[in-house]
Design a protein around this ligand. Sequence first.
Ligand SMILES: [Fe+2]
Ligand SMILES: [Fe+2]
Length: 277
Amino acid sequence: MSTSAAPAPQASFPVRRMDFSFADSQKYWWSGNPFMTQFMNNLSSLFPYGEKFFVDSVRGVREQIKDPQLQKDISAFIGQEAMHSKEHATYNEYAEAHGIDLRTLELRIKVLLEWISKFTTKKQRLAATCALEHFTATMAEQLLLREDLTTQIDDEKMYKLWLWHAIEENEHKSVAYDAYQATGGGYWIRTITMALSTVMFIGVIAWFQIDLLRKDGQLFNWKSWGYGLKTLFGPRNGYLTGLIGPYLQYYKPGFHPAQQDTLRLEQRWRTRLGFDG
Ligand SMILES: [Fe+2]
Ligand SMILES: [Fe+2]
């Protein structure tokens, strides 16, 4: 038996196999509120093709990466994102049962990302992935921190789906960024791409939100809007208001996603959702 070889590195986080079913989920599962439920549906519609784009971007540079630990983490990142895509595609069972057309929104994302891929380099696509992974990680962290938000989720399966996804977005938040740095990615492409991605991300979310509310006959439900806008943009406790600080951190020259330490938060939620034993 040889004792000289160093042990092969393990990935820093696991890939969990999930198999949700949302066929019997109620229509307005966020505190009975149409605006907030459609906002979360809106986010879900971005994932099947958005996360495929992330995986393809990291795969595109993988052969240039020498660090065996990062190679292992890339494999686990691909595994986690593939599982997220799959489960957010399953989410359509819920949407279809309630006449919510998420499929059209998903296909718009597919067309948009295919178009972007035609005129961008591998490095630019990886920078876009880093930018959007910063959005998912910080939005996910807020969700894990904010009991006042998560207790508004009335549906047990939706609760588990969103919090499982939130844990994993934090577990793998450094992988695309480390791949970007390991392949010579620099400050200006990273931050300019973040600025462009922000405009596009906000534009798409606003477009999809109006579309979802209009098709659902809720566009002029002002009470629902009031609740939703306060939940997202309230000056003290808004879900998105809390993201402004972490968003701006990304523009610092020495930024790295791991500077925001979420390890204990992740561990607390893994225990809570029963992922440890
Ligand atoms: Fe994900
Ligand atoms: Fe991710």
